[in-house]
Write a protein that binds this ligand. Sequence first.
Ligand code: NAD
Length: 384
Amino acid sequence: MIRVAIVGTGTISHAHVRSYLQFPGRCKIVALVDIVPEKAQKMKEDYHLDCDVYDDHQKILPRRDIDLVDVCTPPYVHASISVNALKSGKNVVCEKPMAASLEECDAMLKARDESGMKLSIIAQNRFRKPIRDLKALLDSGLVGPVRHAQVNSFWWRGHCYYDLWWRGTWEKEGGGCTLNHAVHHIDMLGWMMGLPTQVVSMLANTAHDNAEIEDLSVSVLRYPGALAQVTASVVHHGEEQSVTFQCEKAKIAAPFSTYASLSKPNGFPERNEALEKEVAAYADSLPPLPYEMHPGQLDNVMTAIETDGPVAITGEDGRRTIELITAIYKAGITGAPVDLPLKKDDPFYTAQGLLERAPHFYEKNASVGELTGAITYGSDYKAK
Ligand SMILES: NC(=O)c1ccc[n+]([C@@H]2O[C@H](COP(=O)([O-])OP(=O)(O)OC[C@H]3O[C@@H](n4cnc5c(N)ncnc54)[C@H](O)[C@@H]3O)[C@@H](O)[C@H]2O)c1
């Protein structure tokens, strides 16, 4: 039985609680922690949990019976809580984004390695069939190498979204939509294509004059033999998120679509329907996932603990995403192309370095403790 402590009992923690409750024989929530302990207490009551409530994560560290600490706090404390938990001999699953800087990511990886515990960073969209299928299709070699990737991380958030106390500041949110929304799609891109060698980028705040951070960024990434475009946005009506790869033999995309071309003798395109059918049949042949989204990833983390196996989404994966986002910020802020990988003596390696250089597009002018209402998780990537 895996005994779980959840740190941070706000909006996203409900997805975690509901996931653990799907596995009653395998795990038990034994502790809830929040700096506003009334929220943890309410969660305990609402879900009828048999657990202890704490107001400080330090208080769970001496407990020897906790196997897994699940970090659901705002980004600026992901690293400190994760490092403390790992050092106290507990496995950690941490919400996205992994941390506010590469320096913090490296501290988490060091604590993981020194403790021998497991660390996984949430990227629940990898546990959606269309995204898993896209990765499998790329790996299959059916469509050949990627020549162009188009990542549309299109979201829409109203003005008041940034009134929540920790959002809208470089210090506590760590950045804007590039870090906190496009993190999902940048994880997918890194999973499928790895890190680019160079990035150029522009950042803007077009619609949220109550936030320091960007609500729109447009970046171009260079890979060996390919280019990628990443748009991160919270100003796109309809939130039509998509990832499209133009490969040597065909286009493939999530939501699923494919189009394959062959060359006529004059170089003009001729549709290759045979390959399109093969691509579609390959995707159809892939089995469904036993659990999707948060339940899928938390099932994987628990399996890794139970079998002493690897987690599917590692600390290195989380760090790679932060490295690309840091490069996007550096390129957008300096106005110059940025080469990857970033070095440890790079001024943008630390959260302080970013803070000293990041523009305040606007000043945060409101701060509320909580916003009420349900949240959504973006596209389901099903072909419409
Ligand atoms: N995976 C996803 O799709 C997804 C969706 C939404 C949010 N998130 C991420 O989840 C994290 C939390 O976001 P949220 O929307 O739930 O925020 P939230 O403000 O609703 O909840 C955060 C909770 O953490 C508590 N907290 C803050 N500092 C703490 C500390 N030091 N120790 C213990 N508790 C602390 C707050 O009191 C609050 O209850 C963020 O990193 C966010 O990016 C992920």
